[in-house]
Design a protein around this ligand. Structure first.
Ligand SMILES: NC(=O)C1=CN([C@@H]2O[C@H](COP(=O)(O)OP(=O)(O)OC[C@H]3O[C@@H](n4cnc5c(N)ncnc54)[C@H](OP(=O)(O)O)[C@@H]3O)[C@@H](O)[C@H]2O)C=CC1
Ligand SMILES: O=C(CO)[C@H](O)[C@H](O)COP(=O)(O)O
Length: 474
């Protein structure tokens, strides 16, 4: 294949869907010579239409696409995760030369990324996995990006990534995350946190709507007020706007016309699965994943509501909405703290050398979980880079302590009214367990040793012990 560097494109994109097309347009806006390839003629047409101001052209022939790129070729993949990524890599490989770079920017599972890195390194191809967040708008005007893996390859794309990324307080929302599949691990964890915050917003909605009988205008107002304070975040902002959006078909608010069954693509589930594997509790994220699955049991839920009765109203005090704000702050802090704790553990487990302050820093802008609270997280890890858990930071501790009274009131009120608040409730239970100096786990150990001779450790001497529990000695 000829490639004499007279070709003009510095970067090529495979996949011109929502993310790929918008990221390419963003790159073109920033002065980079770019082109794209997609199997779908329709996607190519949309890309060329939207890329008219930059005279952008795409390819439907992969060989011509690869041939149009400068050497070493830098190709970004934004195709659906899984087998498609392997199939695209297989198509590209015979057309590439040693030293070329492939960046997988989709939501690939991190162990797939590890495998691909090793396989491609053997063939002399630089590969790195780069999580990207911000949805369509972020990709178009500034996402947060989490590249990890081949550092040599990162050096080639660093300036471009910094140019196209979102900026928070003037800093680019991209940084080299670490070796191996760390970029995709961090993006997966980002999505786990995203699931938990979205679930908390849904539970706050449920409390306001079914617990307090608020109408959509009142609910919108609560979210708007919160977004003007310390709960300011991208997800809060879009949620308040959901409560303004009319359905063209019925004239009602569109949110009321949408089925109550949540779908998912898998990143939240992966976060929970991996956290179990490396024994790091993230119950807020687990609750969010399970609740999406519960939502799918529509027929059974309707049947059981008839059998057991629906939830009741909350007997709210005058300052209940202030308590709900405190509860939201508390539970949101738990979601971030659990995600950061997972990263802390993964860094040790997989030797990712993660800089947690830098990760919080690049999440302050561009991504779906951007929030005022990330500034507190950033400052905490900047001050103490080895901090095991966010709740051990003195500044965060003060704020958590102040939010506890309201949180306990909201959680107990919801429980008494039979209103399901799995994410609020699990956050409080997680916190209460985490601050319990002596847990009842001694009993669990006794039981394990009783029925299975699994042994236990003693508080008064080192070593492993076993008791003959069936011998009555009392
Ligand atoms: N949407 C979002 O908000 C975000 C998505 N992501 C991740 O980014 C990746 C892309 O997502 P998104 O842009 O939303 O997906 P889309 O489905 O919008 O776009 C994917 C594009 O890839 C094309 N494609 C599929 N197979 C091939 C192939 N073998 N060769 C060339 N092109 C191919 C598709 O064409 P066709 O439609 O014809 O199959 C489509 O145009 C995913 O991993 C997703 O999880 C990450 C962050 C945010
Ligand atoms: O990566 C993203 C944002 O950062 C995607 O929007 C996310 O994959 C959506 O996930 P799901 O479909 O499982 O809700």
């Amino acid at each position: 294949m000829s490639n004499d560097n007279k070709a003009k494109f510095a970067f090529g994109m495979v996949g011109l869907g929502t993310m790929g097309r918008n990221l390419l347009l963003n790159m073109a806006d920033n002065g980079f010579a770019v082109t794209g390839y997609d199997k779908s003629e329709k996607m190519l047409q949309i890309f060329e239409e939207e890329g008219k101001p930059h005279n952008l052209k795409g390819f439907s022939d992969i060989e011509e696409f690869v041939d149009s790129l400068q050497s070493p070729r830098t190709i970004i993949l934004l195709v659906p995760a899984g087998a498609i990524v392997d199939s695209v890599i297989s198509e590209l490989l015979p057309l590439l030369a040693k030293g070329d770079i492939i960046i997988d920017s989709g939501n690939s599972y991190f162990t797939d990324t590890s495998r691909r890195s090793i396989e491609l390194a053997e063939k002399g191809i630089h590969f790195f996995g780069m999580g990207i967040s911000g949805g369509e708008e972020g990709a178009r005007f500034g996402p947060s990006m989490m590249p990890g893996g081949d550092k040599q390859a990162y050096a080639v794309v660093k300036d471009m990534l910094e140019a196209v990324s979102a900026k928070a307080n003037g800093d680019p929302c991209v940084t080299y995350i670490g070796p191996g599949a760390s970029g995709h691990f961090v993006k997966m964890t980002h999505n786990g946190i995203e699931y938990a915050i979205m679930q908390l917003l849904a539970e706050a909605y449920e409390i306001l709507k079914n617990g307090l009988d608020y109408d959509n205008d009142q609910i919108q107002q609560v979210f708007e007020n919160w977004n003007n304070g310390r709960l300011k975040s991208f997800l809060m902002e879009i949620t308040k706007d959901v409560f303004l959006f009319k359905d063209v078909k019925t004239g009602n608010l569109l949110v009321d016309e949408i089925k109550d069954e949540a779908k998912s693509k898998g990143t939240g589930k992966w976060t929970s699965q991996v956290a179990m594997d490396i024994e790091t509790p993230i119950p807020s994220i687990d609750a969010a994943v399970s609740t999406r699955n519960l939502s799918k049991l529509k027929k059974l839920r309707v049947e059981l509501e008839k059998a057991y009765g629906a939830s009741e109203k909350i007997k709210a005090s005058a300052d209940f909405i202030d308590d709900l704000e405190e509860a939201f702050y508390f539970a949101m802090a738990n979601a971030y703290a659990q995600g950061m704790h997972l990263l802390w553990k993964a860094s040790i487990e997989y030797k990712y050398e993660l800089n947690l302050a830098e990760i919080a820093k690049i999440w302050r802008g561009g991504c779906i979980i951007r929030a005022e609270f990330l500034e507190d997280i950033y400052q905490a890890y900047k001050k103490q880079p080895d901090l095991e858990h966010l709740f051990a930071d003195a500044g965060v501790q003060e704020k958590i302590k102040k939010s506890l009274k309201g949180t306990r009131n909201v959680v107990s009120s919801a429980i008494n009214a039979g209103i399901a608040t799995p994410c609020f409730t699990s956050a409080l239970t997680y916190f209460d367990t985490l601050k319990t100096g002596r847990m009842p786990s001694n009993l669990t150990q006794a039981q394990r040793d009783f029925f299975g001779a699994h042994t236990f450790e003693r508080i008064d001497s080192e070593g492993i012990f076993h008791a003959d529990w069936n011998q009555k000695n009392s």
